[in-house]
Design a protein around this ligand. Structure first.
Ligand code: BES
Ligand code: MN
Ligand code: ZN
Length: 507
């Protein structure tokens, strides 16, 4: 039931590409096809040459009879006896288009996968429109987390184990695309698994061990600082936040060495609060359990550096991941305490619930010692993110050009990060009467931007940087949609990987 740190993690379904609908061996499979909402009724999309005229006509007349519209995400299960599969699942793509945005296909594939809970094998024509999006969407939509279910409620089926993706070319390049999609989806699932693992079982030392095991398996260099090393090293923010817990903090570093002459170096930093009670500035009980997601940034960063290694990106990627549990106790830090962040800046801790910025500041200073060209930091940092942007839109802050580049790429992959400013005047709100800085401002205005302003103080001059606030987007507390289940979402793993690929390609 419980996964131990040495066991392999998430296992993706196997993906095969094929240029025609197999006639044999798919009799247990469900054929997933896209449907557009045409004026005359639902029309199947991009099914030729995989399906013949007769099958297409059968599907369309069935859909007509069922009152299907082809609206986005709408699914219908049909039996078409002339096809060599057990059944057909149609999924709506909305209005017909010449060009398909990848995320429309990804979401449709995800909705299809969610409608096929007990199906092990899927064949799809969505891949004829966009191979990678179809494969990613199917795998992400089929994701389930059952590590903590006993036989009483554990599913008895295997879930999705095999995908046959129909596509024109089956060259090495096509297979590479399918493999890339599998690797990306695996990384997202890995991040989701971390977020979904409860705080009883994922605490700093265990989180560090699992990160280390994943990193070692991917051929990364791994360093783990324990609480003693952190205290000796002067990591006052991580030590201060962690000292209220019986389960001491950690700092994990995972290094992917790039190939080539002078590869670009990218630092990744992710917030790893394995549970955030608020500390002495304790949170209200309602929804406190959502704070199991407060290591979502760390989860995505670990998954991303492992993915960079798997995909052999020709750049250097160095992840610096602080991990702590924010608890109230007799040994906890107090509101009014002063601590010294790594690097020497002193901070008056006015609110122990603004703990993320304290552990991140240490990690950012350490990450900048490696002299990276770029720094991407991500964290479930502020409730103000949700107030400003809602539950699905990460706030992207940082140096102007890089921030905009990251937001644009985030939108391209369907994670939809949005650029936000760091107005200069906010810095004055972080003045302390006793220390260099206070960890909170005295007002409720622009809480997301104030947190970003705090972090900016710790980024070394000349480093292009971005801060991605994923407070709500990391954890889906409403219903499932598209390829996003309830619980951990894996955001912003795909954004960060897209940025790494873009840096590898364009510098
Ligand atoms: N982990 C929280 C932010 C959060 C809130 C994440 C809701 C996900 C959902 C963070 O540590 C926090 O408590 N932030 C405070 C900051 C405040 C004290 C300035 C907040 O947002 O209330
Ligand atoms: Mn907090
Ligand atoms: Zn927090």
């Amino acid at each position: 039931m419980k996964r131990v740190s040495s066991e392999p993690g998430y296992q993706a379904p196997t993906v095969t590409v094929s240029s025609s609908l197999p006639r044999k061996g798919v009799d247990e499979a469900v054929l997933v096809i896209g449907v557009v909402s045409d004026d005359a009724g639902p029309k199947v999309a991009a099914v030729q040459p995989y399906l013949d005229e007769e099958a297409i006509a059968a599907v369309e007349s069935h859909l007509q009879a069922l009152g299907a519209t082809g609206g986005e995400g709408q699914t219908h299960r049909l039996v078409v006896s002339s096809l060599p599969v057990a059944s057909v699942l149609t999924v709506g793509l909305g209005k017909p288009r010449e060009e398909w945005p990848a995320d429309v296909i990804r979401r449709a594939a995800g909705s299809a996968a969610r409608a096929l809970d007990k199906v092990g094998t899927v064949v799809t024509t969505l891949s004829a429109i966009d191979l990678e999006a179809a494969v990613e969407g199917l795998i992400l939509g089929a994701y389930r987390f059952n590590d903590f279910r006993s036989a009483k409620t554990a599913p008895t089926d295997t879930g999705l184990t095999a995908i046959t993706a129909l596509t024109a070319g089956t060259t090495a390049a096509t297979k590479g695309q399918a493999g890339r999609a599998v690797d990306i989806a695996t990384a997202v699932a890995t991040a989701r698994d971390f977020v979904n693992t409860p705080p009883s079982h994922l605490f700093p030392d265990e989180f560090a061990e699992r990160a280390k095991a994943l990193g070692a398996a991917a051929g990364l260099e791994v360093e783990v600082f324990d609480d003693k090393a952190l205290a000796e090293g002067g990591y006052g923010g991580i030590v201060g936040v962690g000292k209220g817990s019986s389960r001491p903090p950690r700092l994990v570093r995972l290094i992917h060495r790039g190939s080539g002459k002078k590869p670009k170096r990218v630092a990744l930093v992710g917030k790893g609060i394995t549970f955030d009670t608020g500390g002495i500035s304790i949170k209200p009980a309602a929804n406190m359990h959502h704070m199991t997601s407060d290591m979502g940034g760390a989860a995505a960063v670990i998954a991303t550096v492992v993915l960079a290694a798997k995909q052999k990106l020709p750049i250097e990627v160095i992840a610096t991941v602080p991990m702590a549990e924010n608890m109230p106790s007799a040994t906890a830090q107090r509101p009014g305490d002063v601590l010294t962040q790594y690097g020497g800046i002193t901070v008056e801790v006015l609110n122990t619930d603004a703990e993320g910025r304290l552990i991140l500041a240490d990690a950012i200073v350490r990450a900048c010692e490696d002299e990276p060209d770029y720094l991407i930091e991500t964290s479930t940092l502020t409730g103000a993110q949700t107030v400003a942007l809602g539950s699905r839109t990460p706030g992207v802050m940082g140096s102007d050009e890089f921030r905009d580049r990251v937001a644009t790429l985030s939108q391209a992959v369907g994670e939809n990060g949005w650029a936000m400013p760091l107005p200069e005047e906010l810095k004055d709100d972080l003045k302390s009467t006793v220390a260099d800085l206070a960890n909170v401002s005295g007002s409720r205005y622009a809480g997301m931007l104030v947190a970003g302003t705090y972090l900016r103080e710790f980024v070394a001059d000349g480093v292009e940087w971005t801060h991605i606030d994923i407070a709500a987007p990391a954890y889906n507390t409403s219903g499932p949609w598209g390829y996003t289940p309830k619980g951990g979402t894996g955001v912003p793993t795909r954004t960060m990987f897209a940025v790494l690929e873009d840096i590898a390609a364009n510098g």
